[in-house]
Design a protein around this ligand. Sequence first.
Ligand SMILES: C[S@@+](CC[C@H](N)C(=O)[O-])C[C@H]1O[C@@H](n2cnc3c(N)ncnc32)[C@H](O)[C@@H]1O
Length: 222
Amino acid sequence: MPKGLFHALSRLTRIPVRIFVRPNRRINAAMWDTQYALGLWNYLDGMSDGTVPLSLIESWAPRPTILDLGCGTSANLPLTPGRYRHYHGVDISRKAIAQARALDRPDTSFEVADIRHFRSTDRYDAILLREVIYYLSETESVALLRRLPELLTPRGRIVVQVYDVSQTEDFVRLIRSCGLPLVAELPTRLGDGPAGALFVLAAPSQATNPSPGELTGEAARS
Ligand SMILES: C[S@@+](CC[C@H](N)C(=O)[O-])C[C@H]1O[C@@H](n2cnc3c(N)ncnc32)[C@H](O)[C@@H]1O
């Protein structure tokens, strides 16, 4: 299906999907599985520009451990072997996770789970929410953001990515005001898409001053 038509259809179905489908974990998972089975998200796989670069995470945590919530197939996330200690991807869609596992990248693990209820005893240097926060309700998003600091290492940070700041205004407002210190807000762009942003959040207990060389536009691009 052409990308434009898909986006028009998804705009039309947004409200009923939000009200009737998303609150139910099983129906929500089935809906995402269907979309992955139809290949509707294949176009994302080659779009590594505009997504979170490893160099950004390295600016606060060399050889980081990474948790990617709503990871999809994870194919578009640049992961250079040897530059990260471990990557764990979580997604509600079994189909997406099967595709992610098939990539067979070193030092990775995957899990099928609903991020609204995700719990772990592990701690991470970076927790990524790439193009997923606006699929939750506003209440769920705030609850998730406020819970994530307990999964961070002392040097850890949270990165929230949205591909279109103007279409996700409510969520952008919510990210900025969720109560976690906003360390940086970096412009980004997915392919030839609209203006997006990466929001870097710290745990409330962390100092928010960026370390030297951290969070520059250079780190965000390379
Ligand atoms: C637009 S895709 C983005 C995928 C990937 N993060 C990326 O940026 O390429 C949204 C992803 O979020 C996942 N997702 C949506 N709601 C979720 C939930 N409640 N729990 C876990 N994953 C969810 C979907 O299955 C899908 O893979």
